[in-house]
Design a protein around this ligand. Structure first.
Ligand SMILES: NC(=O)c1ccc[n+]([C@@H]2O[C@H](COP(=O)([O-])OP(=O)(O)OC[C@H]3O[C@@H](n4cnc5c(N)ncnc54)[C@H](OP(=O)(O)O)[C@@H]3O)[C@@H](O)[C@H]2O)c1
Length: 237
């Protein structure tokens, strides 16, 4: 290449290191439905890692009681106040209450990064099975109901038992993170990475959230057979 060529063709920026993740330590994390095992477990892990966490509930009193139990500076509030005061809002309510909860909080969640970890599942005598939401997945339902929020999906495959167990120091697992905007996905990857043993891995756009949510039915089968709290590792990355 001549010097003239290089003047005409701008040098290509070096590819960004996918593991170069932002510092998320200053963000306030809210957890809707944070009084349940999953929300409380995530709140416990994140607060223990130094994150400011607010637990949400339909009843502020229940949230405050759960927060007090957790310590580590965790606060409790009703779901609306939790959403308003947080930068990142994790949705940890049951699938049955997912749509109505988000619809009611559309204003409070505007401009926030909403992280859905809801797994739409059914249970019968054969065990757990995946439900197919009309929108494709819980995460896509969230995106449809919250046009003014940035929606990502993550934390589907974690064991609430391990999350809540104060004696468990590390949880060795990957967290699949899905979303439309790279910057948002990286924030959630970094958040997952604050928990010792965990790594957030980009796993596609929200249109691929259904498989990730559904895989929990398989993990429940694994856990029942092997009396385990199974997690996932994505190899070769
Ligand atoms: N458990 C796990 O191991 C696990 C793992 C990964 C993902 N998840 C997902 O995380 C979500 C929460 O799981 P969980 O086991 O913690 O569930 P949960 O205990 O059934 O519910 C969590 C909290 O949501 C609130 N809630 C209950 N019904 C509601 C409704 N109809 N509308 C709005 N809020 C309601 C309750 O808090 P208040 O009464 O205080 O409002 C409850 O404590 C689920 O969608 C699940 O798929 C769970």
């Amino acid at each position: 290449m001549t010097s003239t060529d290089s003047a005409q063709t701008p040098a290509k920026a070096p590819a960004k290191d996918p593991w170069d993740l932002p510092d998320v330590s200053g963000y306030v994390v809210g957890v809707l439905g944070g009084t349940g095992p999953q929300g409380k477990g995530l709140a416990h892990r994140l607060a223990r890692a130094g994150q400011k966490v607010i637990i949400g509930s339909r009843a502020a009193e229940r949230a405050r009681a759960a927060a007090q139990e957790l310590g580590h500076g965790v606060e409790g509030a009703d779901n609306a106040e939790t959403a308003r005061r947080s930068d990142i809002v994790i949705v940890a309510v049951p699938w049955e209450g997912h749509g109505d909860t988000l619809k009611a909080l559309r204003d409070e969640l505007a401009g926030k990064l909403v992280v859905d970890c809801v797994n739409p599942l059914g249970f019968d005598k054969k065990g757990a099975y995946a439900l197919k939401p009309e929108e494709g997945s819980a995460a896509e339902q969230a995106a449809a109901l919250l046009p003014d929020s940035r929606v990502a999906a993550a934390f589907h495959h974690l064991s609430a038992v391990l999350l809540q167990d104060p004696g468990t120091e590390r949880i060795d697992t990957d967290v699949m993170v899905l979303g439309e905007e790279r910057a948002d996905v990286e924030i959630v990857q970094a958040l997952a990475g604050r928990i010792p043993g965990m790594r957030g891995v980009f796993a596609g756009r929200l249109r691929n959230a259904h498989q990730v949510e559904s895989l929990v039915a398989n993990l429940i089968s694994v856990n029942r057979r092997y009396k385990a709290h199974a997690g996932l590792r994505v190899t070769d990355v």
